[in-house]
Design a protein around this ligand. Structure first.
Ligand code: FES
Length: 228
């Protein structure tokens, strides 16, 4: 990836991706009582490309201009306040969980021994602490961020190579959002640069009420990108 990597939103149109960001397809699968990402189909790679945001392209995942005849309203309404100003904080003995409530319904917050909030409360136990961390870092929305009380309250975040993953949710028989990893700058249609985040989920079904971010509406809509 080059240093000009970024995603720029087009008014009532696609996401313009620049800088050779790797494009992947990841299938979210349930294994026991937790979830895992498995590789899906291979996708073409390019320096620059336009990803459909309206949900109407006939050439998914890329924009083919159908947003025009669909009269897509892509107005961005999500809060632009920084993450730390929007969160509720859940306290545990070795971790504090920051939670901004921005849910993509990917369900990685549930593990074998409980959900991320309960696991955080029980993070005095080594095994449960590891589970609480995993449940947070796997969240594609970036909603959940653990702070380490044993390490100067540092954020616990994975090191990602920049990537955009198209998510698939076979349990719900639908396709999910774009999982953007690795601190990729996001620029709104009006030129505003959103807070730089390591993980975030962008709506690509067109139905989110919190555009440009995913709010799980793809499940209600039964959105299907027809990639597999
Ligand atoms: S945004 Fe262009 S076809 Fe969907």
């Amino acid at each position: 990836m080059s240093t000009n990597a970024k995603i720029t939103i087009v008014k009532d149109g696609p996401y313009l991706v620049a800088g050779g960001i790797k494009l992947t397809h990841k299938v979210m699968e349930s294994v026991g009582h937790h979830r895992e990402y498995h590789d899906g189909v291979d996708l073409p790679q390019a320096e620059n490309y336009a990803l459909c945001r309206c949900g109407h392209s006939q050439n998914m995942p890329f924009c083919d201009g159908h947003h025009v005849e669909a009269h897509f309203d892509g107005t961005e309404v999500a809060s632009t306040d920084p993450f730390d100003n929007r969160v509720d904080i859940f306290n545990g003995p070795s971790l504090d969980l920051f939670d901004d409530g921005r849910c993509a319904f990917a369900r990685f917050c549930h593990r074998e021994d409980g959900d991320v909030w309960t696991l955080t409360e029980e993070s005095g136990s080594e095994g449960l602490r590891e589970e609480a961390i995993q449940a947070a870092v796997d969240c594609p929305a970036g909603r959940l961020v653990q702070h380490d009380k044993r390490a100067e309250y540092a954020e616990i975040e994975p090191e990602f190579t920049p990537e955009i993953a198209l998510l698939e949710d076979p349990d719900k028989q639908c396709s999910g959002p774009l999982f953007v990893k690795g601190k990729v700058p996001l620029i709104s249609a009006n030129g505003f640069t959103y807070e730089l985040r390591n993980r975030y989920a962008l709506c690509r079904c067109g139905g989110s009420q919190n555009k440009p971010f995913c709010d799980a509406m793809h499940v209600n809509l039964g959105f299907n990108d027809m990639l597999e």
